[in-house]
Design a binder for this molecule. Structure first.
Ligand SMILES: Cc1cc2nc3c(=O)[nH]c(=O)nc-3n(C[C@H](O)[C@H](O)[C@H](O)COP(=O)(O)OP(=O)(O)OC[C@H]3O[C@@H](n4cnc5c(N)ncnc54)[C@H](O)[C@@H]3O)c2cc1C
Ligand code: FES
Length: 275
């Protein structure tokens, strides 16, 4: 067993409310600080369970962080955790975003598309891209203004003029769905690569636009994960084991997953269910 596979006890040091339904939790954990953009950890909350969570930006004080949204009972318990509560961390796991992977050509301008907690890996990626001077545009989508996460930090990292917010109800930014804004921006700028994480139906729409315009992609997908290390098989999507071969997939991977990507996922019993 590798040392990263052993659960490391730590405590929640601090909490920030990022939007009306997402909270950042900061904690001490050296291996998490060494993770590459897009990797995730398994977070154990005693009595509640263990959940895959993307690593977010570390704090200035060198604390690792995750951004949590309450989905079911387990993540709700994590979302409601308090400063000083114990958590356990395994990982980091999974693949990471490849920077400058545009088939050997230098990337000049890339588009990031995030929705909900999918914004967590997007801000980590935005920070990494800002360090290598790649021009970055971000589309962040939410149902309503209060649910738009990480707007302030995104504007700080890539500049306010490069951040395009969309809300379904029009309470902030463009009124409509994220992919509609993506369509407009792709028509204007082209882009060398598109990165995305968020609701799978949104990513499937963005993938359609990328394909039409022959733009390579790297998308971070989510499936139910139990072991996180390729043993239990709960995270399979098509022929792939997402926790090991993903969670970041490129356009070739997504093409092979056409019958599932954006359409179906497996429930806890392994049965395919419509998304
Ligand atoms: C690689 C990866 C990174 C993730 N990063 C984050 C993150 O940064 N922040 C965050 O809040 N959440 C993240 N998630 C999702 C998070 O792990 C799940 O929301 C959580 O495990 C749900 O647990 P639960 O007990 O609350 O829900 P359950 O009661 O188990 O399920 C509630 C509902 O969510 C569905 N569900 C459960 N787990 C998943 C999953 N992994 N993918 C898709 N649907 C699921 C169930 O089918 C059910 O419909 C990530 C998931 C993966 C795979
Ligand atoms: S979560 Fe067990 S194989 Fe991927």
């Amino acid at each position: 067993m590798r040392t990263i596979d052993v659960i490391r006890d730590t405590k929640i040091d601090s909490i920030i409310q990022e939007s009306s339904n997402i909270r950042s939790f900061f904690f001490k954990d050296e291996p998490s600080l060494k993770a590459s953009p897009g990797q995730f950890v398994m977070v154990w909350l005693p009595g509640a369970g263990e959940f895959p969570m993307s690593l977010s930006l570390p704090s200035k004080r060198g604390l690792a962080s995750i951004g949590v949204k309450a989905m079911g009972t387990g993540s709700k318990a994590l979302y409601e955790s308090k400063v000083g509560d114990f958590i356990g961390i395994r990982g980091p796991y999974g693949t990471s975003f490849e920077l400058g992977s545009n088939k050997g050509k230098p990337m000049r301008r890339v588009l990031l598309v995030g929705g909900g907690t999918g914004m967590v890996p997007m801000i980590v990626l935005a920070k990494a891209l800002s360090k290598i001077s790649i021009s970055t545009t971000l589309v962040v989508g939410a149902r309503t203004k209060e649910e738009l996460p990480y707007l302030g930090i995104s504007k700080k990292i890539i500049g306010a003029k490069n951040v395009f917010a969309t809300t379904d109800d029009g309470t902030y930014g463009f009124k409509g769905l994220a992919h509609e804004q993506v369509q407009k921006l792709v028509a204007k700028y082209g882009f060398d690569e598109i990165f995305s994480c968020g609701p799978e139906k949104m990513m499937a729409q963005v993938f359609g636009i990328a394909k039409e315009n022959q733009i390579p992609v790297q998308f971070s997908l989510e499936r139910i994960m139990k072991c996180g290390i390729g043993i239990c098989g709960s995270c399979t999507i098509g022929p792939m084991v997402l926790c090991k071969e993903g969670a970041i997939l490129n356009e070739k991977d997504l093409d092979t997953l056409r019958s599932e990507f954006g359409l179906f996922h497996r429930d806890k019993a392994g049965t395919l269910r419509p998304i």
